[in-house]
Each structure stands twice: as structure tokens, then as C-alpha cells.
Design a protein around this ligand. Structure first.
Ligand code: MF3
Ligand code: CO
Length: 254
């Protein structure tokens, strides 16, 4: 039996504003990183670039040291799903690369991720990225007060599966605030109309991970890097949103 008490911490407008600032720092850093990425670079160069951006904006990396994670950025190439560790791996034309970044500003966390092409990619790979991002927005659209948490999950799954791709089930989205990971967990699959009712003041990091092939993933011996078991390409997009009286507000968009 799981005895852990599940509490969803509601945030005041003031607190949401602080989370928004943390998210904006992440968004600005990711935008700069997008235009920095070129074939021939190592993933470690991306980490160094973005770490500097975070500090320049008066924030701190959120992931570094979290459960001993060794870097600022998670950088996941091709069949890597999430949590790739920056290394001497060289990016090449046609790769896709997931860039997942978190920042702490004035005690509050922001978290966002994108998957981008390195140089030009084939049309079917571009479609994987488009559908994964579209599934994130379909989920966000359900982030409305008085709805249910699994409405988000269900919208994501439907969007992904109608295109014949697979939702990764081993990792989930999460509440966020004074901690990187708060309740509730947000699966990217499931029937609608279940789980906690969505309330004004909830702040959620929604993050679908989508495999082109089968859904299974495994974690490599570094203890972090998750890859698709069948070696198929995988994409990941994430936004931090607040549930407001006027609907979902995306905090991590520039
Ligand atoms: N966005 C990811 C997550 O929420 C990144 C966490 S990486 C870690 O799980 F190193 F901080 F764990
Ligand atoms: Co996250």
C-alpha cells in the first residue's frame, strides 16, 4: 500500500508570477539554445551554453544535483527518450535532439522541453515532432478548472495514437512550484473523467514523450538515459501551465 499523502499545493497569483519568471528564464534559454545547435557540436557544448544563459538571468539550474543528476540540461538524441546526460557525443545532420531544461528563481521552479531537428530532417521525422507538440497542446487545452486531471492525459494519448505513434508510459508530468516534482503525477494516457478535479491555482508541468515505434523504454547503465527499447525515434515536449479562471495559462512560452 502506498502511504504517501497526495497533496496538490495550490498557488497564489504572486506565487504563479514567480513560477512564470522561472519559466520565462527557461524559455528564453531554450530559444537561444535552439539557434545555437549545429551539426558537429557535442551535447556537452549545449549544456555549457545553456548553463551560462541560466546564470546570466539570475537563476540557477534546477536539474543539477537533483538525485545526483550531473548537468544543467537533459539532452536526448534520436532513440533517447528523456534524461540523456550531456557528453562528448557529436550531433549530426538529420538527428533530433530533446532539450529539457529547468531553472530555480527566487525559490520557485520552471520546467520546459522541446525536441528540435539538427540541420534538416526527413518529412516523417518532422511529423513525429509536430504530433508530439500538438499532443502537448491538446493536453494543455484540457487544463481547465472543474475538469479532471485525466482529461489532460486522455487528450494527449488520443492525439498521439491516431497518428500511429506510442505514448511512453514509464514517465509522467507533474505538479511544480517550490519543488521540481510535486503532486499530482500526470500520465500521458488514460480514460477521461478520472483523478483529481482541476482547480484554479494548480501549476502543472505537462510533458508527453512519444515513440515512433513501440512504447517500451529502458534506462541505460548510466542510471539516467532512457531509450526506446526497439530503437525507434522518440520526441518530448513540455510546458509548465497554471490553471486560471480564464483557462490554461502557459507560463513557459516566450
Ligand atoms: N523535465 C524532467 C522531469 O520533470 C527533467 C528532470 S531531470 C532531473 O522529470 F535530472 F532533474 F531529474
Ligand atoms: Co518535467
Amino acid at each position: 500500500m502506498n502511504l504517501r499523502t497526495k497533496v496538490i499545493i495550490l498557488k497564489s497569483d504572486k506565487e504563479i508570477e514567480k513560477i512564470r519568471i522561472a519559466c520565462q528564464i527557461v524559455a528564453i534559454s531554450l530559444k537561444a539554445l535552439r539557434s545555437f545547435v549545429k551539426p558537429g557540436m557535442t551535447t556537452r557544448m549545449l549544456d555549457a551554453f545553456v548553463e551560462k544563459k541560466i546564470y546570466e538571468q539570475g537563476a540557477k539550474p534546477a536539474f543539477k544535483g537533483y538525485h545526483n543528476y550531473p548537468a544543467t540540461l537533459c539532452v536526448s538524441v534520436n532513440d533517447e527518450v528523456v534524461h540523456g546526460i550531456p557528453s562528448e557525443k557529436i550531433l549530426k545532420e538529420g538527428d533530433i535532439v530533446g532539450l529539457d531544461l529547468g531553472a530555480i528563481y527566487d525559490g520557485f521552479y520552471g520546467d520546459s522541453a522541446v525536441t528540435i531537428p539538427v540541420g534538416s530532417i526527413s518529412e516523417d521525422v518532422a511529423k513525429l515532432l509536430e504530433v508530439t507538440e500538438a499532443s502537448l497542446f491538446a493536453g494543455i487545452e484540457q487544463g481547465r478548472k472543474d475538469g479532471r486531471l485525466s482529461d489532460i492525459s486522455h487528450a494527449i494519448q488520443s492525439c498521439v495514437e491516431k497518428e500511429g505513434y506510442s505514448v511512453v508510459t514509464d514517465f509522467v508530468g507533474h505538479g511544480i512550484g517550490r519543488s521540481l516534482h510535486e503532486d499530482p503525477q500526470i500520465p500521458n494516457f488514460g480514460p477521461k473523467g478520472q483523478g483529481p478535479r482541476l482547480r484554479e491555482g494548480m501549476v502543472l508541468a505537462i510533458e508527453p514523450m512519444v515513440n515512433m515505434g513501440k512504447h517500451q523504454v529502458k534506462v541505460l547503465s548510466d542510471g539516467w538515459t532512457a531509450v526506446s527499447t526497439d530503437g525507434s525515434l522518440s520526441a518530448h515536449f513540455e510546458h509548465t501551465i497554471a490553471i486560471t479562471k480564464n483557462g490554461p495559462k502557459i507560463l513557459s512560452q516566450v
